[in-house]
Design a protein around this ligand. Structure first.
Ligand SMILES: Nc1nc2c(c(=O)[nH]1)N[C@H]1C(S)=C(S)[C@@H](COP(=O)(O)O)O[C@H]1N2
Ligand SMILES: [Mo]
Length: 262
């Protein structure tokens, strides 16, 4: 599925950028003032094309390295938010997350949501991987959860959907203008990747609050900040500009790279 999406998008982006080059040779620059001009749109695709080319080099289905249980040397160090204090989260936590639901919405055929029990009853998958934080530490841990891809299929991603935006409960930052909530995003290739799971287990225990209970996403080929904890909503979109400062994630809004691959 993800392969098809990539290939089709890659081909249409190549065609658009190719025609842009031919037209640019005609020395016509008056299109610059027209937002909707097809040539302008073709040029704007150039950035996308660079990213797609990188994607093509890396390959869609390359797996992150998995480790042996003996290589888990210490507990998963909690980092960033470790105890969210928003009323919504405190209320759910008080009831052991009985009222929790994970919502999938946006560019989907049907909005769906799942309780924790429903998620735990879906096919489970465990993987022992290394988490790399840009602050300079890493940790090998065993994550258990259910794959995100099949959930997106239940919702039915529309063809225009290009990204998943992951919305979290925690107020990572407080400002005079109000709380800033943690969020992240990925493309659909990472969302459908075979190791991308909605994790509810860590090292054979229930996922602790400090590490993102009740659900945190694992995108195993990405850096630590691309592993959103306290996840409540996944929104499919064709554009990231409507969230936060528009860069696709809390840390991206503060200057980190969006792709964040390792
Ligand atoms: N919701 C949320 N997700 C988050 C963070 C956070 O502060 N809030 N921190 C990120 C960073 S920088 C890292 S390194 C990891 C830390 O995960 P851990 O607490 O399980 O070690 O979570 C990431 N996901
Ligand atoms: Mo991190």
């Amino acid at each position: 599925m993800s392969r098809l999406i990539t290939r089709r998008n890659f081909l249409s982006a190549s065609v658009a950028a190719g025609s842009g080059l031919v037209l640019a040779g005609c020395d016509q620059f008056d299109f610059l003032g027209q937002r909707g001009h097809p040539l302008r749109q073709a040029m704007e695709q150039a950035n996308v094309l660079t990213y797609r080319a990188q994607r093509a080099l890396i390959g869609d289905a390359v797996l992150a390295r998995e480790y042996a249980a003996s290589e888990i040397r210490q507990g998963m160090k909690p980092n960033g938010s470790v105890e969210p204090s928003t009323p919504e989260y405190l209320f759910l936590r008080m009831q052991d997350f009985a009222g929790y639901r994970l919502s999938v919405k946006g560019l989907v055929e049907r909005e769906v949501s799942f309780s924790l029990d429903e998620l735990r009853n879906m096919p489970a998958q465990s993987q022992i991987t290394r988490h790399d934080c840009v602050e300079g530490w890493s940790a090998i841990a065993k994550w258990t959860g259910t794959r995100l891809g099949p959930l997106l299929d239940l919702a039915g991603a529309k063809p225009q959907a290009r990204f998943c935006v992951y919305q979290c409960f925690d107020n990572i930052q407080r400002t005079p203008m109000g709380d800033i909530l943690y969020y992240e995003s990925s493309d659909l290739i990472d969302a459908y990747h075979p190791q991308t799971i909605l994790a509810y287990g860590l090292n054979d225990q229930m996922l602790p609050v400090a590490n993102g209970a009740p659900i945190r996403l694992r995108i195993e080929r990405a850096l630590g900040y691309k592993q959103p904890k306290y996840l409540h909503t996944i929104e499919l979109v064709d554009d990231l500009s409507g969230f936060g400062q528009g860069k696709g994630g809390y840390w991206e809004d503060n200057g980190y790279d969006w792709y964040g691959g390792i």
